[in-house]
Design a protein around this ligand. Sequence first.
Ligand code: AMP
Length: 577
Amino acid sequence: MTAPLQGQMMDVPLTVSALLTHAARFYGSVEIVSRRIEGDLHRYTYRDCERRAKQLAQALLGLDVQPGERIATLAWNGYRHLEAYYGTTGIGAVCHTINPRLFPDQIVFIINDAQDSYVLFDTPFAPLVDMLAPQCPHVRGWIALTDDAHRPDMRTPVLSYETLLAPHDGAFDWPRIDERSASYLCYTSGTTGHPKGALYSHRSTMLHAYGAALPNALALSARDVVLPVVPMFHVNAWGIPHAAPLAGAKLVLPGKDLDGRSLHELMEAERVTFSAGVPTVYLGLLAHMKETGARFSSLERTVIGGSACPPAMLRTFEDDYRVEVIHAWGMTEMSPLGTLVKLTSEEAQRPPLVRRALREKQGRAVFSVDMKIVGDDGQELPWDGVAFGDLHVRGPCVIDRYYGADTSPLIDGWFPTGDVATLDPDGFLHITDRSKDVIKSGGEWISSIDVENIAIAHPAVAEAACVAVAHPRWTERPLLVVVKRPHADVTRDELLAFYTDKVVRWWIPDDVVFVDELPHTATGKLQKLKLREQYRHHRLPSALAADDCPLADSTADADARAAGPVHEGIPARRSRR
Ligand code: AMP
């Protein structure tokens, strides 16, 4: 066999620093505006950002940081954090973003697992750093992301970031780096067991940035003003700190104040056109809008993901505020974007309800992501929008193995996501559950996400979680745990009646519990594991009745189960398990 003919193009590695250099050279005067921890608004340009990222690179080299060394950040969205993204990766070090909302013992585990050599932190985390430092022997230095004047009093000896940068001039060329070398280290939330590290490469980060910026994904351009509410400590803020400089878009970084009023004020003041965040944060924003009667004068579209976007939230954004919602799904192990909803011109002509049903799904794959659903026997299931199975993915931005792990999680070259989903003939993904959260009732499967979405559509419901509770007759039945909106009221029976005609009867929860708040993970997802444990011994009224006749089977229930799905897009049975 003859060798294939080689292409004759320049061998320029895909390295993260090229993104910032591109923005600094071609969009040099475009602004980056940050609400600082110090309280004021800071503004500068991509040109300034690159200079300071280079000053940081020089400072790190001065501290003898070597390629491949892990430099951690514990920080909100702000310009110094952005400089840390580029200053570390630019010299071949690895930027390890840590989620400060994790439990301190998880953070200790993560820092020691990653063997971070320096940790850059925002000053509100000073007490946390004092707690962590004695337990993290590998860390050579803790760097407060501020100047000497604002450096907090701490037990731990710390350097101040500005003092570190001051002696350097930023006159520095980014070194050439192998595109397969590591760029970022991001840990999963660790809802079960220890968090696991996903180690991205320059190549995967760059391919992800290209894919994320495309018109069928975030569709960023130089005309956009982008406010990532999603934190830079969680999976690279969905790639926005890379896609925005690639597109030359203005960045607005909201700092630590993510309440509705602060976000809305910043969006209006900076004429934000595009935002991205998890549903929980947007609950606060929408509550503020409703209470004050405020409007968005510049916001055009927002990506919502991280957990299922409740259809009621999608409706409110689109109908009440004329803001397009782009529902997205992804995970840490995928860098993280997997799918987003963008309709073709033909789909956009469909009747409003059909269109809405499509927008409520998780969408189509971002370029470079391939996916399939499989049954328990590992066989691929049809893309018919009905069969649901375990979702497997692959692509150049999907992990091959976890950081430090000896074994690969892949099955036949595919990464099992742990999500249960359907795929329809047009390639639309619909996540029905985490495989651990699915409710198994009488041998059939109930999607907890769909049950929650109906509850959230009730005007008196602020948030809802649906979890499985053991049942003597049906194995498991759904329990709905609900937080009411302030000043609103609804009874258990009214809420259950709200389900009539929306789902088959056996999908209707057996009971409702009202609570003041629901537990969330460090990344804003409902902590269903905790709820399942908490309500493990909850006695469902139906269970009490079933205790009297454990073997009885009601014809009505059996008929209802046989009837399968009643409303479009919600599969009632999984074809194999
Ligand atoms: P993380 O790695 O922390 O970003 O979590 C990834 C997981 O969040 C996914 O595997 C899903 O279970 C869940 N998730 C993310 N986005 C969505 C979405 N749009 N709808 C439903 N679940 C989602």
